[in-house]
Design a protein around this ligand. Structure first.
Ligand code: GLU
Length: 304
């Protein structure tokens, strides 16, 4: 049984970048006769924008991207995260870290996603220092997986990332932990998401291994970027034009994903358009890119 998901963070309304990921995961699920679930990733409360979760869900409905089952909200899952953390802690896979951001920046090598943690607190820290974050110990064995688009991807977690945070200094759960616990709890078999998360996947696979969870199959689709190579983000939101032709936008998205949809398909009712697109969905036609210039739709955001 195929179970897929779309997991937006409610940091703003749906924009063309997240619509692309939603459509890719939806079509991959439907083309396999699978389920497609939606999870609102609202653990990072300071980045949340009030009303964004509802606005994203409404936008999905407007696009006739109907999900299966109830929407899962991460802010209702804290107990499950705490249990997973406790299991990791008892098995000695974690350690408390007293380093400040500043101390890490001063002593660490730069990595692709911030400083590579130099292991300072691995064996404890001085009495009197307050514990800040909780980290997972990473060992030197590389972690690899086969992405359905990018093929073999291997990462030396220790050398490229270092021991990573699962509970942040502000007490909030880290994305890496929440996503792994929820993918397992929802029985996700296939993850289809943006290639910006390719670099996170080995961390997630390590957590799956430590927690005894299955590893899903991964497909990281190209991410829409602007002319400067920046990922389109909900923060760069410009008000959308309300009278949009959703069928046209759907076809723009399918074109971005390399799918062969005749231009007249944009006049089909959306549900029919998706049925046709799912029938013809072919991940091998996805451009073999980690990022691609976003289609020009006049504004980055689709809905207010
Ligand atoms: N919540 C993440 C985002 O909006 C996606 C997480 C995932 O698909 O694993 O970028």
């Amino acid at each position: 049984m195929y179970i897929g998901r779309f997991a937006p963070s409610p940091t703003g309304p749906l924009h063309i970048g997240s619509l692309i990921t939603a459509v890719a995961s939806f079509l991959d699920a439907r083309s396999h006769g699978g389920r497609w679930q939606v999870r609102i990733e609202d653990v990072d409360t300071p980045r949340e924008q009030p009303g964004a979760a509802d606005s994203i869900l409404r936008a999905l409905e407007d696009f006739a991207l109907y999900w299966d089952g109830p929407v899962l909200y991460q802010n209702q899952r804290l107990e499950a995260y705490r249990e997973a953390i406790e299991r990791l802690r008892v098995a000695d896979h974690t350690f408390a870290c007293a380093c400040t951001r500043r101390e890490i920046a001063d002593s660490a090598l730069p990595g692709q996603e911030g400083p590579i943690y130099p292991g300072t607190c691995r064996n404890g820290f001085q009495n009197g220092q307050p514990a800040r974050a909780l980290r997972v110990r990473v060992d030197s064995a590389p972690i690899g997986f086969t992405d359905r688009l990018h093929g073999c991807f291997e990462q030396d977690l220790a050398g490229e990332v270092g021991d990573f945070v699962i509970v942040r200094a502000d007490g909030l759960m880290a994305y890496q932990l929440a996503v792994v616990v929820d993918d397992a709890a929802q029985g996700i078999t296939h993850v289809v998401r943006g290639s910006d998360l390719l670099f996170s996947t080995p961390r997630q696979i390590l957590l799956q291994q430590l927690l005894g969870y299955a590893t899903p199959s991964y497909l990281h689709v190209p991410v829409a970027v602007d002319a400067t190579g920046e990922k389109l983000s909900k923060q760069t939101y410009a008000p959308g034009i309300e009278t949009r032709n959703l069928g046209h936008l759907a076809c723009v998205v399918l074109d971005f994903l390399g799918q062969n949809i005749p231009p007249e398909a944009e006049h089909l009712p959306l549900e029919q358009l998706w049925t046709q697109a799912a029938r013809q969905w072919n991940p091998q036609r996805l451009p073999q890119l980690r990022q691609r210039l976003a289609p020009d739709i006049g504004a980055t955001s689709l809905f207010r």
